[in-house]
Design a protein around this ligand. Structure first.
Ligand SMILES: Cc1ncc(COP(=O)(O)O)c(C=O)c1O
Length: 428
């Protein structure tokens, strides 16, 4: 690629992208009309936290849930006020006892693991695959103990986890599986939508996801019992179970996880736009991958056979031995060229202070402290070598979801990378 001969912006040269790309707004007249109609109806929520027809919410809640069932081919969808709430409800719906272990990825948003702690269960971190950044089935298997009850598998960055392998492990060991598909709605694993292959799955609707309602989430399952339990946890279970006639009281602490009518009305419109949002990111990602392919020491995202990637992030891997320049210097130079949404690391959840100090509640650290539950658990650096190396050295990603890149914008991003690569001697 021909690149302007000017020196790096970091060293005073002209920026490749002189002005930031315009603000991205995926909401249009359809969402405005839908939200306006709800406001005009005067019914912003129709939930009652007692067993009656309105226990399951108002008309827009139900319409959105049915639309999600139709779109993803599942029998139950349950809207919640965030996907964090969704994960808490999902774990509560499983038959988890305090001190039980749930295997989770360290390479995810913190809520995937924190939701486990809400039920006094113990997150156990398994390592990830370098290709997809999703849980490595071999590491899951290696971390199974007599206390393991479930696997919580994120479909991270927009690529599905290896669900056949994960479900086979679960079946062998009698475990339940939750898919955290916050970042990958509409991605496909062997032709089936991510999130629908586990016992429970679901999607985030916060404002930086493929489709959004400001805040929100959707649980999906084909299991009627799990669906009922999640509906209960969403809406003050403890006050409802008696009248509803629920005799199975395990994990029945309830919350108010209800999503409002305005959000659901907007969600109905957003869902219609999901395929377009995915196509736009795939087009941009394919162009970016082709444009960056010639750069030595930079590996664009891998899409495994039988999977589709919906590119919440465009995750890359750097080989410092080939580039000859540390990641931090390349990152600095790329940012100076005007690229936004570029990240040089992604968190390893087990390395967060809460896990390193093992204090989740009060000062005693429950549920990790031996003697309070049943044993200690290892969160030391070194337990997830692949994820830790990626964070320390090799990972670099471009956030795709808050933009609707045009070809011309993608070409500028490509040009900025080429410029930095061509001048990388100056960064050594
Ligand atoms: C993988 C993952 N899990 C969980 C969450 C939490 O979702 P929410 O922000 O809707 O609570 C997010 C949000 O970014 C996420 O990316």
């Amino acid at each position: 690629m021909a690149v302007a001969s000017t020196s790096l912006a970091l060293h005073g040269g002209a920026r490749t992208i002189p002005t930031p790309f315009p603000h991205y707004n995926p909401l249009g007249p359809e969402e405005v009309a839908a939200a306006t109609a709800v406001i005009q109806s005067g019914v912003l929520s129709q939930y009652i936290g007692a067993w009656c027809p309105d226990f399951l919410g108002g008309p827009k809640v139900r319409e959105f849930e049915q639309a999600v069932c139709d779109r993803f081919g599942v029998s139950h969808a349950i809207t919640v006020n965030s996907w964090t709430s969704g994960l808490i409800a999902a774990i509560g719906a499983l038959d988890i006892e305090p001190g039980d272990e749930i295997i989770v990825s360290p390479w995810t948003m913190c809520a995937s693991a924190t939701a486990i702690l809400h039920w006094n269960a113990i997150p156990v971190f398994a390592d990830i695959e370098r290709e997809t950044f999703c849980l490595d089935p071999a590491s899951i298997e290696a971390n199974i103990t007599p206390h393991t009850r479930a696997i919580l598998a994120p479909d991270i960055f927009g690529h599905p986890a290896d669900m056949d392998a994960i479900m086979a492990i679960a079946e062998r060991h009698g475990l339940q599986v939750i898919s955290d598909t916050a970042q990958a709605p509409g991605s496909l694993y062997r032709g089936k939508p991510s999130g629908t292959l586990a016992h429970i799955g679901g999607y985030s609707l916060n404002y930086h996801k493929h489709i959004h309602t400001g805040e929100g989430g959707i649980l999906v399952t084909n299991d009627a019992r799990l669906a009922e339990r999640m509906q209960l946890i969403r809406n003050h279970a403890e006050a409802v179970v008696q009248d509803k006639g629920v005799t199975d009281l395990r994990n029945m602490i309830g919350h108010n996880f209800r999503l409002g009518e305005i959000e659901c009305a907007m969600g109905i419109e957003q869902l219609k736009k999901l395929d377009r949002a995915i196509a736009s990111r795939q087009r941009a990602a394919n162009r970016l991958a082709a444009g960056l392919a010639p750069l030595e020491g930079l590996r664009p995202p891998v899409v495994k056979p039988d999977c589709t990637h919906v590119y919440y992030f465009f995750p890359m891997i750097l080989d410092e031995a080939v580039t000859g320049v540390p990641r931090a210097r390349l990152h600095e130079a790329l940012l100076a060229e005007g690229i936004t949404g570029l990240g040089a690391r992604y968190q390893n959840v087990h390395l967060l202070p809460m896990y390193q100090q093992k204090i989740g509640y009060g000062s005693k650290g429950f549920p990790w402290v031996p003697g309070i539950v049943h044993r200690d658990v290892d969160y030391r650096k070194g337990i997830c070598p692949v994820a830790e190396e990626l964070q320390d050295r090799s990972y670099m990603g471009l956030f795709m979801c808050m933009s609707d890149y045009t070809d011309a914008q993608i070409d500028l991003v490509i040009e900025a990378f080429h410029k930095v690569w061509q001048h990388r001697d100056a960064l050594r």
